[in-house]
Design a protein. Structure first.
Length: 232
């Protein structure tokens, strides 16, 4: 279970209402049962459930199981797409080790709202399932140009399907983290929008082959390539 509390042997920490509910109702655990608690700052620790009621609970922290380690700084900028597809992208991106998920509003985005809390909960669940120590930061959605204006200059690859762009595997050969991966919405980027994006000095337009992939496929496929080439 992920926790923001400070983890050290002997610590007593409270469960969140969601954790208490999940432990008692879904996992059918109770006082005396063993769990593992983790966060990126302290690592992973053995723990024992010491109390559990409907939406309250507590843990006694035991020995450290894993030390914290630096996580790859691989960031995903993904256009706001339909809810189920975005949920899936957040889950898979978390499994693939992204550090930050930044939903962006693009000209052809057909959804006008992104529920950041819901996506953060999905990211937390996926991090617990895949045993990474950190949970990616899910940022509130912002317009694409604002995300580009705020970008810190790390190399950013934009998935551009019809521009004769260089294959991602060539463009990213030898690339180093931090890296970003930007994917458009169901209807693709508008021409001027893509022009503005690639005019930024840190952006390179790249392709994932001759087929038109769904946005969610492109998001996950590109992250897998970048992890293989530059991540861990
Ligand atoms: N409406 C667009 C069209 O018909 O040309 C297709 C958009 S595609 C479904 C959604 C997004 O996935 C694109 O904006 C792009 O970022 C990414 N994408 C899809 N296929 C790709 C490919 N072969 N190479 C690079 N990016 C791709």
């Amino acid at each position: 279970l992920h926790t923001d509390a400070v983890l050290e042997p002997g610590a007593e920490i409270a469960a969140t209402p969601a954790q208490a509910h999940h432990l008692g109702t879904v996992l059918r655990r109770g006082p005396g049962d063993a769990v593992a608690l983790f966060n990126a700052r302290d690592g992973e620790f053995a723990a024992t459930v010491t109390a559990l009621r409907k939406d309250r609970g507590a843990f006694a922290v035991g020995d450290r199981l894993r030390a914290p380690r630096p996580e790859p700084d691989l960031r995903l900028l993904v256009a706001a797409i339909k809810r189920d597809a975005l949920d899936w992208v957040v889950e898979k991106a978390t499994e693939l080790g992204v550090s930050v998920i930044q939903p962006v509003m693009t000209r052809r985005s057909i959804v006008d709202r992104v529920n950041t809390d819901r996506l953060a909960a999905i990211a937390r669940g996926a991090a617990e399932q895949c045993e990474r120590l950190s949970v990616p930061t899910v940022c509130p959605a912002v317009p694409l140009h604002a995300a580009l204006d705020a970008w810190d200059g790390a190399a950013l690859f934009v998935a551009a399907e019809r521009r004769g762009a260089m294959p991602l595997r060539h463009a990213a050969a030898g690339a180093r983290l931090p890296l970003g991966w930007l994917v458009g919405p169901e209807g693709g980027f508008e021409g001027r929008e893509l022009d503005d994006t690639v005019s930024r000095p840190f952006v390179t337009a790249v392709a994932l082959g001759p087929r038109i992939l769904r946005a969610e496929t492109a998001a996950v496929a590109g992250l897998a390539v970048l992890q293989a080439l530059a991540g861990d």
